[in-house]
Design a protein around this ligand. Structure first.
Ligand SMILES: Cc1ncc(COP(=O)(O)O)c(C=O)c1O
Length: 462
């Protein structure tokens, strides 16, 4: 470091140091100045976090869909500390340790059907990358070496590494890094509010069949989909969608990957999103809530069938990450799952989801609210200019609405949520799974006046 700042900076120094040295992800670093400070969060407890000035916020996004059990659970932190004293690290490259072994067994037990094999990673993108590589090598080992392509959905986010990015269906995120891994190809998502021209909900799964036919079944390795698609704003599937995708995958011998980096660990009211929606994938990718982010971790959970060719004598999956299956992260994951079980979090989500949904539905009278959608503790409102025509905002309006007004105003009033326009503009909420009925009232009391004010400023009529 060229300058002499120490890591024990005072609070007033932090803003300056952050602006000079920290490179924030997906952030316009040139946009920060004295009027637009970098938010610095210093403490968390339950559903709330506090910034460096002592301001309190409701964490309506569980710190990027992660902190499912809520902030400040000391017993989970303690589990990590205890493990660090016992054995701080040993790698999963050819070695095992008790925490990784017992956690893999515990996850296999919670996962549906024959998803019995757990490959740990350090996060979600790595889990997706791992699933893509496992799918490709699976087909090579199975005598179908040309099956390499991955079918994903438009506007879906699957991570930023080059393989995961080629599955990601967001043009703006892809273009700066092209050419990507060859073979990433996309079908429509399940945006039921804006279906493709002349398409009915029951036709959506058929687009997967058409795409496989178009690409050539012998070239397609896997389909990857989230149970409820995050990017675009909580797209839920129409009835029977995943069951039909499963049939199509079976018909064409294509693996089905359920990307549950967000939709597992109670987000939809079950340990895994596919359990809520009633389908059986060949692979689940997960991360975030697996430790409630008290330590970084992700995983690929593969079926017996997927693992089988890798279990033969001289074969290995030629893939790994030094820190994956880190003992501290594994101990934290165990403690996190203990909280789920001891505190009945899945039951709480199932019982309280209607309160959350009713609160979101109650916003429909506000002129800017075009659609309300989602599942479990994962809900969104889509913002429109005209509810009759569903007209959305142009780029300039969207820029003002999301970055110029909503994000700042919601934060100023004490609510962290996501104002996003990777598809059409939406506000998304994914609060900690401990959020109570009363606390959904608190969220409402911030959201309503801010959305009403946005409608007024845009001159929208009821
Ligand atoms: C569905 C999905 N897949 C993959 C990822 C990438 O996870 P990570 O940011 O941990 O690499 C994300 C991140 O939000 C995600 O939502």
């Amino acid at each position: 470091m060229a300058t002499t700042e120490s890591s024990t900076a005072t609070a007033t120094d932090l803003q300056d140091l952050a602006r000079r040295h920290l490179w924030l992800h997906f952030s316009r670093m040139g946009g920060y100045d004295d009027q637009h400070e970098i938010p610095i969060i210093t403490r968390g407890e339950g559903c709330y976090v506090w910034d460096d000035k002592g301001n309190k916020y409701f964490d309506g996004l569980s710190a990027l869909f992660c902190v499912n059990i809520g902030h400040g659970r000391h017993e989970v932190a303690q589990a990590g500390a205890d493990q660090a004293k016992e054995l701080e690290f040993v790698t999963n490259w050819s070695y095992a340790h008790p925490q990784a072994i017992t956690l893999a067994a515990r996850i296999a037990n919670l996962a549906p059907g024959d998803l019995n094999r757990v490959f740990f990673t350090s996060g979600g993108g790595e889990a997706v990358e791992t699933a893509i590589k496992a799918s490709r090598q699976f087909w090579k080992l199975s005598g179908k070496p040309n099956k390499t392509k991955i079918i994903a959905r438009e506007v879906a986010y699957h991570g930023t590494t080059m393989g995961a990015l080629s599955a990601t269906g967001i043009t703006d995120l892809r273009q700066p890094f092209e050419p990507l891994m060859p073979g990433g190809t996309h079908v429509p998502n399940t945006n039921l509010y804006r279906l493709p021209y002349q398409m009915r909900p029951e036709d959506l799964a058929e687009t997967v069949k058409d795409k496989i036919e178009f690409e050539g079944p012998d070239t397609v390795a896997a389909v990857i989909m989230e149970p409820v698609q995050n990017a675009g704003g909580c797209f839920t599937p129409p009835d029977g969608y995943f069951q039909r995708v499963r049939e199509i995958c079976d018909e064409y011998d294509v693996l089905m990957i359920s990307d549950e980096v967000i939709c597992s660990w109670g987000r939809l009211g079950e340990f895994f999103g596919c359990q809520r929606l009633g389908y059986q994938p060949d692979i689940i990718t997960t991360a975030k809530g697996i430790t409630s982010a008290y330590a970084p971790m992700g995983a690929m959970i593969a079926s017996d069938r997927v693992f089988e060719p890798f279990s033969q004598d001289h074969t290995s999956f030629l893939h790994g990450y030094t820190f994956a299956g880190h003992p501290i992260a594994c101990a934290v994951a165990h403690a996190n799952i203990d909280v789920f079980e001891n505190d009945g979090l899945l039951d709480h989500v199932k019982a309280t989801e209607p309160v959350f949904r009713d609160m979101m539905e109650s916003l429909r009278d506000i002129p800017i609210v075009g659609d309300v959608r989602g599942m479990g503790f994962f809900q969104a409102v889509e913002l429109v200019k005209d509810r009759e025509t569903k007209a959305s905002f142009d780029e300039e309006e969207s820029e003002w609405l999301l970055r110029g007004f909503l994000s700042g105003e919601l934060y100023r009033r004490g609510l962290i949520c996501r104002a996003d326009d990777r598809g059409d503009p939406v506000i998304q909420l994914a609060p900690p799974l401990i959020t109570t009925a009363e606390q959904f009232g608190e969220i409402h009391d911030v959201l309503r006046p801010v959305l009403e004010e946005a409608s007024r400023r845009l001159g929208l009529k009821a």
